[in-house]
Structures are given as C-alpha cells and as structure tokens.
Design a protein around this ligand. Structure first.
Ligand code: CP
Ligand code: NVA
Length: 474
C-alpha cells in the first residue's frame, strides 16, 4: 500500500522523474536506483542540499549509480511498478517523517528512506559514498532549525521500529528490514510470556477487524490469526473460497476495494502470489500473506521465534532445510539471511529454491554474514545443523505430482538415520501438517528433538506481533 496524498509537489516530481529514469533505462519497474536518480534531478531540493552539506559529490554519486545500474529493453511508455525495495524505501520515508513530526513527505524523507532501506542499489551506493543514516538525520534536523542532536539521540527505539510498520503490507519477508524482523520477534516473545500469564502487552482501544481470505485449507493459520485478533481485542472474519469466488465471482481488485471499507487488515492464503500483490495494490489497508506459492512469512517468523527459544539466538546458528525448495523454504531462507543465520537447503536436482529468491537471500546475507548454500546430500548438510527443517514433498495445489515426488524425495526423508548423522542436540522442525512416513518418520517427529508443536504454538504470538504492528493503534 503506497499513499501519495501527503507527498509534497517536489517529492511527487521525484516519483515522476524516477519513472522517466526507469523508462530511459529500458526498465518496466521503478527501483531505488531510479528514485535516487529522480531525486538528484531536483537540484534545489532539500535532499540535494543535504547531500551537498554532507560533502557528497553529486556528479560522482550520479556516475556511480549509472555505472552499477542495469539496462533493460522495456518500451517507453510501458506501465512501471515500484519494486518491493522501492516501496519499502517509501514506507521508511513515512516513518522518518513521523519521527521528525512532519505531516508531509518531502525529498529529505525520501532520501532518508533510501538510506535506511539500505539493501537496494541506491542504499548501497549511498553507503559506498559515505552517506550515513545518523549523520543525515542530524543534518535534516539542523536544516529544519532544530537543535542538533547527536546520532545516539536519534537512534530509533524498538517501539519506534514497530510503529514504523503501521499500515504496511507483509507479502514476503523482504518487506521487512533486519531491524524490523528482530523487533517483531522480540515483541512475539514478550507476547507469549504475557499471554501465558493471562495478560496482554497490546490491547486495542477499538475492536479492529481482520478479513481472512482462504483459497486453501488451514488449521494453524486460520485458528491462530483468529485467536490473535481476539486476544488483541479485535475480531476476524473468515471468507471461504466458495463464498467470495476471488477472481471469479468478482475481480481481486474489487474484493480489495470492498474489504478495505470494512476492516483494518486483510490476510489471504492464495495459490498464486500475484493475487496477494493485486490485493495489496488495491487495498488501503495492510495485506498479510498467509501462504502463497512463493512464501509463508508468518510461518518463518514463528519458526525463528522457536529457534531462538531453543538455541538462544539466531545469528551464527545453522538452519538446514531438507526437502523441496518451496514457499516455506523461501521465507525461512530470506529470514535467515536477514538475521545472520546460516541456511542450507539439501534438495534433489530440479527442486531448488526459486532463483530470484535465492539471489535476493544471498544479497541480503552479504550484509549480515549469513551463508546461504544449496546442496544435494542431506547427510552432509545436517552435519553442522543446529536445526533440521522439513516440509511436505507435494504442497497444496501439487497433489497431482505426489506419487512422482515420493520417488524423487525418498532419500530426503528426515528419519532416525539422518538424525544420527546430524550435530547432537539439533532440533527438528516442521511447519505442519506433516505427511508422517513420507518427509518425516513418526519416530523423529514424536522424538525428543522435535519442536514442531512449539512452532505451532508460536504462530499465535508471531502473528499477534505482526497484527499489532501493522494495524497499530496501541
Ligand atoms: N503451517 C501451516 O500454515 O498450517 P496450516 O496449513 O494448517 O495453516
Ligand atoms: N508447503 C506447504 C506448506 C503448508 C503450510 C504447502 O504449501 O502446502
């Protein structure tokens, strides 16, 4: 969800410039690099004055972006969409404006958003040129006539990080920065403690509503989202595929335009990830991915909450996924990269993770020190594992491939023999539902190293943290 209403005239011009830059470079998407080039074209804007103030050579900066940028073959005039990173930079611009008590979004906020996003081309080049977030924030404050504050004073607290998530979508793990993932996991852990003690850290003043769209069956996701809303003081409304006929009885866009009038957030479990993208593009309320063919971000958050509970921390630990490079593997890999957890997937040839997600995870991991590895031999993979994770061999929607997949995946079964090859004390994880006797044996899933029901329990708390942050109002 991107709101343009609060943009200043000049900040809007930056967006138009960015679209032109993307067109000039033959791309049909607008990335952070195009936003930065668009910003630099506004030579007398606050952002450009800031950069000059920080001693940045504008021509060098532009040259460096041009050097690193990719060039595509899109036709001029083709529709351009913001990339998830560019969207995140804009979301972060909103957050920066809030911290500065500004009720508009100007070029200075866009610059801060690009720096803070950090993982896109713009963020990387700005960092390379020595543009640092704390100094730029201090410079912006100075320019606004406020007393200069030291970088330590402008450090954002965990609550502020969580507040920055208000109104945002969670379609995939990369919609969150590393610091946001950490803040959500900490909040989830606190929520678990307080819920067990019979209290709630977050309790809304008004009964917010969540729409829950399901194209596929669910036990954990449905129950825990609904329970999370009740415990936060809200209510969830379940919409089955037969009821709403998403994309058949009514277009995805129209469903979004209706729901946004009644509720404060939409969660959806869909077959095609693109359906979530369309819901998010057409709804002014946050959209949450409750599993698509590409990702299962809420599951990954609950899983890392569990891993931290059992292993003390995520950074430096080794999570080994044995099986299909599917939606669950994708979100785990991205979250591992964000948190500095080493991630290995052992999978048969032809069942590797999506290449785009793999390279994104490696790009993110470069900043956190995580190692992301794809290998064939499960025994070799689990040798240094702190956690061994598996999931079904045929996901929902792939049932017709189940028999053929059983042949291919049998050597990847998580059984007592594989566990013997693993590091002693490794925990065993599964998102559930499990196909006992296929990807995992009874002996292992019911064994002492299994934490699968802790994972299921944590779905409630991780989602409660997500809902509290995205809906806000506390
Ligand atoms: N793990 C998980 O998402 O379970 P459900 O399919 O039951 O929601
Ligand atoms: N990969 C599985 C996960 C279920 C929670 C599926 O998509 O069916």
């Amino acid at each position: 969800m991107v709101h343009w209403r609060r943009f200043t005239e000049r900040a809007r011009r930056v967006i138009y410039n960015a679209q032109e830059e993307a067109g000039r470079l033959g791309e049909n998407y607008v990335g952070t690099e195009h936003l930065l080039l668009g910003l630099l074209r506004e030579s007398d804007s606050t952002a450009v004055r800031m950069l000059q103030q920080l001693g940045v050579s504008l021509s060098q900066l532009r040259m460096e972006v041009e050097r690193q940028i990719s060039r595509g073959e899109a036709r001029v005039g083709q529709e351009t969409q913001l990339t998830p990173r560019a969207k995140r930079a804009i979301d972060l611009a909103y957050d920066e404006a809030r911290h500065l008590n500004d009720n508009y979004i100007g070029t200075e906020h866009l610059l801060l958003g690009l720096i803070r996003e950090g993982e896109g081309l713009a963020g990387r080049v700005l960092k390379q040129m020595g543009v640092d977030l704390d100094r730029t924030r201090a410079e912006v404050r100075k320019l606004k006539g406020e007393k200069e504050v030291s970088p330590a004073q402008v450090t954002i607290s965990r609550t502020d990080v969580l507040r920055g998530l208000k109104g945002r979508d969670l379609l995939g793990i990369n919609d969150l920065t590393s610091e946001e993932c950490i803040a959500l996991l900490q909040l989830a852990a606190e929520m678990k403690q307080t819920t067990r003690a019979g209290a709630e850290v977050v309790r809304w003043k008004r009964p917010h509503l969540l729409a829950m769209i399901f194209e596929k069956p669910s036990l954990r996701t449905r129950f825990t989202f609904e329970a999370a809303m009740v415990q936060l003081g809200g209510h969830a409304i379940y919409l089955s595929p037969n009821e709403i006929g998403l994309g058949k009885r009514e277009s995805v866009a129209d469903v979004a335009r209706n729901l946004e009038r009644w509720c404060q957030a939409i969660m959806a479990r869909v077959f095609a990830h693109q359906t979530l993208v369309e819901l998010a593009q057409n709804a002014q309320v946050p959209v949450i991915n409750a599993l698509s063919d590409l990702e299962h971000p809420c599951q990954a958050l609950a899983d890392f909450q569990t891993l931290i509970e059992h292993k003390g921390e995520a950074k430096g630990k080794h999570l080994v996924f044995v099986g299909d490079g599917n939606n669950v593997a994708h979100s785990l890999m991205l979250l591992a990269a964000k948190l500095g957890t080493h991630f290995t997937i052992a999978c048969p040839e032809g069942y590797e993770p999506n290449e785009r997600i793999l390279s994104l995870a490696r790009e993110i991991a470069a900043a956190t020190g995580a190692l992301i590895t794809v290998m064939r031999d499960p025994k070799e993979a689990v040798r240094t594992a702190d956690a061994i994770y598996t999931d079904v061999w045929a996901s929902m929607g792939q049932e017709h491939e189940a028999e053929q997949r059983k042949q291919v995946f049998m050597p990847y079964q998580v059984n007592a023999e594989l566990l013997k090859a693993a590091k002693p004390g490794a925990i065993v994880m599964h998102c559930l539902p499990a196909h006992r006797g296929e990807e995992i044996t009874d002996e292992v899933i019911d064994g002492a190293q299994s934490v699968v029901f802790d994972q299921a329990e944590n779905r409630l708390h991780a989602q409660k943290a997500v809902l509290a942050a995205l809906i806000g109002d506390w």
